[in-house]
Unconditional design. Structure first.
Ligand code: AMP
Length: 421
């Protein structure tokens, strides 16, 4: 018989995309996941759900056109119903919400006012926020009365000073339309910067961190005394680093050139910048870093160029964030690429010799596949600044925030204006 108390206080973490729903049942005390899964191709002709429970993988088809509601019903009625007390152990639901605009600088318990505020931010995240609202509605139906918490990707960056978030555009675009830099991946940057402080044996308010979240989407943040003061993503996730299929920083004049000279329509420009650029666009081969490393080692010139540009751009951002922060206590690599690619880390760090950075080769190779720790060289005459590899865990942050808020330890119960930061 499972011990009900051992399981109590679990948080069901939901990450709803337009045609997908990632779910996980997380223990907020230690981040352990007793269930993880994905509803995919939602709203399409052959949606599926796949999940991993107790180390075993399963999958099942859903009925044609099934959406977020059907996935959550499946989780409740088919996956959790046969798992002893696991269903009763759920004490809260935590939702990842991509855009909270300027309304949210913290995670919040979801109520009608919060739902309206997430709706108000739909214009800033037209693909994501509507899906989050569907997820909230579906979870409310499946778990009536259970508290739900929203954890925003943008919230951590609400501490950026205005010099970092205002575009050099007519100011009324900001005041009237909210056009400014918001930044994303905040949950991950927050997690790894707190973890970095713990590894350094300091409070997060006592350290400055440069955090590089490198996955299919990629961003970097300058974190001063635990607070984000700059980050590479902007109004949308397009700005900043080279990503899997997104271009990152480009000359905005290029958009005019595409439209006026080359007759691209807006949809084509959108697809070009978001889906056909980045590592995929340059290499003409793949958006996947692992595949590119393999191809580059076999002499594929497109792959070699894509990785070179990826690393060059990232190194430039790291160097510029040294100018943003008065001192840097650690450079942190995270995300699928940052956590696993010794090649990319070495390539980036080798470009930062002027700032004293140097990796220890053996440690760099060791820190992969979930391993955490230092990779800087300690042996050189002048030791390198600290470089850490830290696996991110956004689900754990969402579960922790949800648990804390419902326990009332850290409650910010209503939509709160930060008044432009
Ligand atoms: P994410 O979006 O955080 O899941 O990261 C996905 C990216 O991480 C893809 O580009 C993968 O190729 C990359 N990645 C995962 N494992 C490795 C690895 N062992 N070496 C290089 N890149 C990897």
């Amino acid at each position: 018989m499972p011990d009900k108390r051992a399981n109590s206080g679990q948080v069901l973490v939901l990450n709803c995309g337009s045609s997908s729903l990632k779910f996980a049942l997380i223990d907020p005390r230690n981040g352990d996941a007793s269930l993880g899964g994905l509803g995919d191709a939602l709203g399409h002709s052959a949606p599926t759900v796949s999940w991993n429970i107790g180390g075993e993988k399963h999958s099942a088809p859903l009925k044609e056109g099934a959406k977020h509601t059907e996935v959550i019903e499946f989780v409740v009625n088919h996956i959790l119903s046969g798992q002893g007390t696991l269903l009763q152990a759920i004490s809260a639901i935590g939702h990842r919400v991509v855009h909270g605009g300027e309304k949210f600088s913290h995670s919040v318990r979801i109520n009608d006012q919060v739902i309206r505020a997430i709706q108000d931010c739909v214009a800033l995240a037209p693909l994501h926020n509507p899906a989050h609202l569907q997820g909230i509605e579906a979870a409310t139906k499946a778990f009536p009365g259970l508290p739900q918490v929203a954890v925003f990707d943008t919230a951590f960056h609400q501490t950026m000073p205005r010099q970092a978030y205002i575009y050099a555009l007519p100011y009324e675009l900001y005041t009237e339309h909210g056009i400014r830099r918001y930044g994303m991946h905040g949950t991950s940057h927050r997690f790894v910067s707190e973890r970095a402080a713990a590894i350094l044996g300091k409070a997060s308010t006592d350290v400055n961190i440069i955090s590089a979240h490198l996955g299919n989407g990629a961003s970097i943040a300058a974190i001063q005394a635990g607070k984000s003061v700059d980050t590479s993503m902007g109004l949308t996730p397009l700005e900043g680093l080279v990503m899997g299929t997104r271009c990152g920083d480009i000359d905005p004049g290029l958009l005019l050139h595409l439209g006026v000279r080359l007759d691209y329509c807006l949809k084509e420009i959108n697809d070009l910048l978001n889906k056909k650029s980045g590592l995929l666009g340059i290499s003409q081969l793949s958006n996947d870093c692992r595949a590119l490393e393999q191809a580059a080692s076999e002499g594929h010139q497109g792959a070699q160029l894509a990785l070179e540009i990826f690393c060059y751009r990232l190194a430039k951002y790291i160097a510029s964030y040294h100018g943003v922060l008065s001192k840097v206590d650690a450079l942190v690599f995270t995300g699928g690429i940052g956590e696993n690619s010794a090649f990319i880390r070495e390539n980036v760090v080798s470009r930062l010799g002027g700032l004293g950075y140097q990796t220890n080769q053996a440690r760099n190779l060791e820190k992969r596949f979930g391993a955490e720790g230092h990779i800087e060289s300690a042996t050189n005459g002048a030791p390198s600044p600290t470089i850490l590899v830290i696996p991110t865990n956004e689900e754990w942050v969402i579960a922790r925030d949800a648990a804390q808020i419902i326990e009332g330890d850290n409650s910010t119960p209503s939509a709160q204006s930060t008044g432009g930061g």
